[in-house]
Design a protein around this ligand. Structure first.
Ligand SMILES: C[S@@+](CC[C@H](N)C(=O)[O-])C[C@H]1O[C@@H](n2cnc3c(N)ncnc32)[C@H](O)[C@@H]1O
Ligand code: SF4
Length: 445
């Protein structure tokens, strides 16, 4: 790939885990709107639950997640009381014969919870919501210092999928990001989860971190392959120190430049695909036979999923929900979240009601991010002549595309192999809200 091409398409753009993206949510959507939207859910709605645990034992300097390092357990216990109250408030507002088909606990680090609280939170979840037998239940795990009591508690709670953070095994990189984690402790955690029957294992890797090189990411990838995870996510480090103060602790001079980042992502892609993994969407790799490779994939705030529920209910500080009518997001600050819950059982701070145009563009962007193609006939079937303008834009994009990143194949608009690394930049062409200010988004590669 030519360096000019990489530079041309590496402008900061959103990761499109939603459309419109979260910076376009506003306070026009608050608890009353959310309550009305919940009450309008179809009687037998299929729901996905997301539960956010915004605490970690220590802060990794690269971290872009909504979390806080805590030394004592008290803030975690207090937070859980608010979470129970929110579950009760939200659970009481949705149709009683809904079915929860998918659960995700993310963070932060949900394994900061004690074994007793893991059990209590899972029990409360089953009390407040109707969880379908066999529902997928995924949990994000920081494997450092993880004990067997918690692993057993997750197994008893019904966890089926575990997403383990690795990032990089190189000593120098780990020192520069304040995250010491050996291969051995990671391996112990993975083996233990499997021995308790939780054998769907995801591993997160990051490229573009300080001191990383093509060779160092290759060494990490080869170690990860020894663990044979079912899925591997490869994220590009998003360095936004003006928004995330702790990232200023990272020496910007040690960060790889755009061309090196691109080369690291390509090297990882080659190693994982040579080892038999199938590339899914922007940044996921899955073993053949994994549901991500055989079912229709959707994009949500946790990345890629095969879950196609009618609504996503977000619980906890900063959690985002998606309802047929639009998106809602809770207060990100834990004290504000707790105050709102205490005042009325809901903590919606912002959101957006979807227009027909948002849905249409959201469909195109999601299909591009998942399948790297979108079918014009399906767009027409769903939206009729309202999609004419969007299809004209797509045709104009193909006509003007001297770099051959997108092509038209009959009724389908398809990202070419050459265009694949730049799928976010291509999706951004259909984003009617696009704000190109550098402070907001991670680099495009
Ligand atoms: C909530 S964390 C995962 C669970 C656990 N807290 C851990 O770190 O092991 C989710 C993932 O987001 C990714 N991540 C965090 N900050 C990032 C950033 N600034 N840029 C890119 N990826 C990031 C990491 O791969 C991390 O594993
Ligand atoms: S990367 Fe994970 S463990 Fe590290 S601070 Fe972020 S959420 Fe916590």
């Amino acid at each position: 790939m030519s360096p000019e091409l990489v530079k041309r398409y590496s402008a900061p753009v959103p990761r499109y885990t939603s459309y419109p993206t979260a910076p376009h949510f506003s306070a026009a959507v608050g608890p009353d709107t959310y309550a009305a939207w919940l009450a309008e859910l179809p009687a037998a709605a299929r729901l996905s639950l997301y539960m956010h645990i915004p605490f970690c034992e220590s802060l990794c300097w690269y971290c872009g997640c909504c979390t806080k390092a805590v030394r004592r357990y008290e803030p975690v216990a207090d937070y859980l009381s608010s979470l129970y109250a929110e579950m009760n408030g939200v659970g009481g507002r949705i149709p009683t014969d809904h079915q929860v088909t998918h659960i995700h606990w993310g963070g932060g680090s949900p394994n900061i919870l004690s074994a007793a609280d893991i059990a209590a939170l899972a029990d409360a979840q089953r009390r407040e919501f109707r969880v379908e037998e066999g529902a997928e239940f995924a949990v994000e795990i920081d494997p450092r210092g993880l004990d067997e009591d918690r692993i057993a508690a997750f197994a008893r709670a019904g966890v089926t999928r575990v997403s383990v953070g690795v990032q990089d095994f190189d000593d120098k990189v780990q020192a520069a990001i304040n995250r010491r984690q050996t291969f051995e402790e990671t391996q112990r955690a993975v083996v233990a989860f499997r021995s308790y029957g939780m054998d769907a294992i995801n591993i997160d890797l990051v490229y573009g971190l300080p001191h990383q090189t093509r060779e160092s990411v290759e060494r990490t990838a080869l170690k990860v392959l020894e663990l044979q995870p079912n899925r591997i996510a490869v994220f590009g480090y998003a360095h936004l120190p003006s928004r995330l103060k702790h990232q200023a602790l990272i020496d910007a001079a040690a960060l790889p430049g755009t061309i090196e980042r691109f080369a690291q992502a390509s090297r990882l892609g080659r190693i994982l695909t040579a080892a038999g993994y199938v590339r899914v969407g922007l940044d996921h790799y899955a073993l053949p036979g994994d549901a991500l490779t055989s079912k229709e994939v959707a994009r949500n705030f946790q990345g890629y999923t095969t879950d196609h529920a009618d609504a996503l209910i977000g619980l906890g500080a900063s959690a985002i929900g998606r309802l047929p009518q639009g998106y809602v997001q809770n207060h990100a600050s834990v004290p504000e979240y707790a105050r709102s819950i205490a005042a009325g059982g809901m903590a919606t701070a912002r959101g957006i009601a979807l227009t027909e145009g948002d849905r249409m563009r959201g469909f195109v962007i999601e299909r591009l991010m998942c399948d790297l193609t979108f079918p014009a006939h399906e767009l027409r079937l769903r939206y009729g002549s309202a999609c004419d303008e969007l299809l004209r834009e797509a045709a104009a994009l193909v006509d003007a595309d001297a770099d051959r990143l997108i092509e038209r194949d009959g009724e389908a608009f398809r990202v070419t192999d050459r265009g694949r690394p730049f799928v976010r930049a291509i999706a951004a062409c259909f984003d009617a809200y696009l704000d190109t200010s550098d402070a907001r988004h991670a680099p495009g590669v």
